[in-house]
Design a binder for this molecule. Structure first.
Ligand code: FES
Ligand code: FE2
Length: 431
C-alpha cells in the first residue's frame, strides 16, 4: 500500500520547510499575528496539509446529502478527493476517489446517485461500499484477488446529521466531540433537513487568514451591517448592563427549552473554545431581543426545524477545526466548509439547510433565506483577500492582537502553533 504524501513536494523541500517552521515557531512573538511565511510559503502549506488537514477530523457534508443508498458527494482537500456515499448497508462510507487499477479519478461529478461506481478508464466497477465488483476479468485470469482492490477507505463519523472524515491512518479520538456535538445538535434535526441552497467560493487567501477573520467580530460593526443587528458578537464582553440583558433573555429562552437544553453562552462577544487544544466547540447563544432567526429582519424565513417547541431558541453555533462552522436558527441552518487549495487559495462552500418537508416558494423563499449569511460570508471573503494582499507585502510585520477584541484569535493562533509543531506521522489509506 502506497504512502500518501504531498505529490508536489520533494523530501528535501519538506525538510527545508520543517527547518523554516522550527525557526518561525521559535521566533513567534506570543499575542501577535503569524509571520508572513505562514500565509505565503509553499513548504509551510505542505506541512499544514500533512500535520493538520490529513490528521484531524474534517467536516465533509450533511447526512441529508446522501439520504438514499447510492447518493454521493465528493469533497476535495488539496490533491486528495474523497467520495462520501451511502452504502446498501445504510451506512455512510468515505472512499478515496482514485481507482485501484491505474489511479484514475473514478468519480468526476461533484454529487449524484449511482448503483455502482464505475471507473471511466477501463470500467473497473465498485460497489457502493467501495468493494471491487468487476475488473474486466482480471480476477478470473488470475491477475488479482478482487477482495484486495476495493477503493481505499477514509475514516468517517456521523453525528447529528453532519459527516466528518479523517484522512489519517490512526485518527485522533472523535467520541468526546461526537457526544458533545450530538447532544446539542439533537433538537435542530439536521438529519431531517435538506439543502435548500449551496454557494461555492474560491477565496484568494490562506485558510488560516480565513479563520483569523472568523475568530473575531471587531471588524463586524463596520463590515457586517446585517450581522451586527442580530448578534452580540461585536459588543464589549465586559459591559455589565448588556450582561444582565443577555442573562435575562437566556433565562426566558431556556425556560421554553426542554431539560438539558439552554442558552449556555451568556456573555457578549464570541464564544471561546473549551480548551486551547480542543478542535471543536458548540454553544447555544442568544439573539438580540425581537429576533428569532438570523435573517435580514429577524423574522422567520422557513418552518421550525427539528424538535423545537417554539421559535425563540437563540442560535446554535458550532465550529470544528480546521474547516467548519455552522449557525443554526430555529428555522434554518448555515454550514460553512473550508478546503485548502494552495498557499493562497481556499475553497469555501456555504450551504443553507431547512426542514426536509419545507417546499421552496410555499414555505421559504431563497431571497429571504439567503441574504443574511450570503452577504456576511462574501463580506468576509473580501476582507480575507485584502488581508492576504497586505500580508504579501515585503514590509509586513506581525502586529499585536487585542486582548479585548481578539481573544479568540489569540486562542486560535495558539491552537494552530500547537498542532503544526507536532511531528508528522506517516499517513496511509485506512484500508
Ligand atoms: S484506471 Fe480505473 S479501470 Fe483502469
Ligand atoms: Fe466577519
Amino acid at each position: 500500500m502506497g504512502v500518501m504524501s504531498n505529490p508536489f513536494v520533494t523530501s528535501s523541500q519538506l525538510a527545508e520547510a520543517r527547518a523554516l517552521l522550527d525557526r518561525l515557531i521559535a521566533q513567534h512573538p506570543p499575542g501577535h499575528a503569524l509571520q508572513r511565511e505562514f500565509q505565503t510559503d509553499p513548504g509551510i502549506y505542505q506541512l499544514d496539509l500533512e500535520r493538520i488537514w490529513r490528521r484531524g477530523w474534517l467536516f465533509a457534508g450533511h447526512t441529508c446529502q446522501v439520504r438514499r443508498p447510492g447518493d454521493f458527494f465528493v469533497f476535495d482537500v488539496d490533491t486528495d478527493s474523497i467520495i462520501v456515499i451511502r452504502g446498501d448497508d445504510g451506512r455512510v462510507h468515505a472512499l478515496h476517489n482514485t481507482c485501484r487499477h491505474r489511479g484514475m479519478k473514478v468519480c468526476q461529478a461533484e454529487s449524484g446517485h449511482v448503483t455502482r461506481i464505475v471507473c471511466p478508464y477501463h470500467q473497473w466497477s465498485y460497489a457502493r461500499n467501495g468493494e471491487l465488483m468487476a475488473c474486466g476479468g482480471m480476477d478470473r485470469d488470475g491477475d488479482l484477488d478482487r477482495r484486495d482492490f476495493g477503493l481505499h477507505r477514509v475514516h468517517v463519523r456521523e453525528v447529528g446529521g453532519l459527516v466528518f472524515v479523517c484522512l489519517a491512518d490512526d485518527p485522533i479520538p472523535f467520541d468526546g466531540a461526537g457526544a458533545a456535538l450530538g447532544a446539542l445538535l439533537r433538537p435542530q434535526g439536521l438529519e431531517r433537513a435538506k439543502v435548500a441552497a449551496t454557494r461555492s467560493y474560491e477565496v484568494r487567501a490562506n485558510w488560516k487568514l480565513v479563520w483569523e477573520n472568523n475568530r473575531e467580530c471587531w471588524h463586524c460593526n463596520v463590515n457586517h451591517p446585517q450581522y451586527v443587528k442580530a448578534n452580540y458578537d461585536n459588543a464589549p464582553i465586559d459591559d455589565p448592563a448588556l450582561k444582565r440583558e443577555i442573562e435575562a433573555q437566556a433565562r426566558a429562552t431556556s425556560a421554553r427549552l426542554e431539560a438539558g437544553l439552554a442558552i449556555d453562552y451568556q456573555e457578549a462577544g464570541l464564544v471561546r473554545f473549551p480548551s486551547p487544544d480542543s478542535w471543536w466547540s458548540i454553544n447555544r447563544t442568544p439573539l438580540v431581543p425581537g429576533w428569532v432567526s438570523e435573517s435580514m429582519d429577524g423574522r422567520p424565513v422557513a418552518p421550525v426545524m427539528g424538535d423545537y417547541p417554539s421559535r425563540d431558541v437563540g442560535t446554535l453555533r458550532m465550529r470544528t477545526m480546521p474547516n467548519f462552522w455552522n449557525h443554526s436558527s430555529c428555522d434554518h441552518g448555515v454550514s460553512t466548509r473550508l478546503a485548502p487549495a494552495g498557499p493562497q487559495k481556499t475553497l469555501v462552500q456555504v450551504q443553507w439547510l431547512v426542514s426536509e418537508d419545507a417546499v421552496e416558494g410555499r414555505d421559504y423563499q431563497l431571497d429571504a433565506l439567503l441574504p443574511f449569511w450570503q452577504l456576511t460570508s462574501e463580506q468576509d471573503w473580501d476582507l480575507c483577500e485584502k488581508n492576504q494582499v497586505g500580508v504579501n507585502s515585503s514590509a509586513f510585520t506581525p502586529g499585536p492582537y487585542s486582548t479585548k477584541h481578539e481573544y479568540n484569535v489569540i486562542r486560535y493562533t495558539e491552537w494552530y502553533l500547537h498542532e503544526i509543531a507536532k511531528p508528522s506521522r506517516v499517513c496511509r489509506p485506512a484500508g
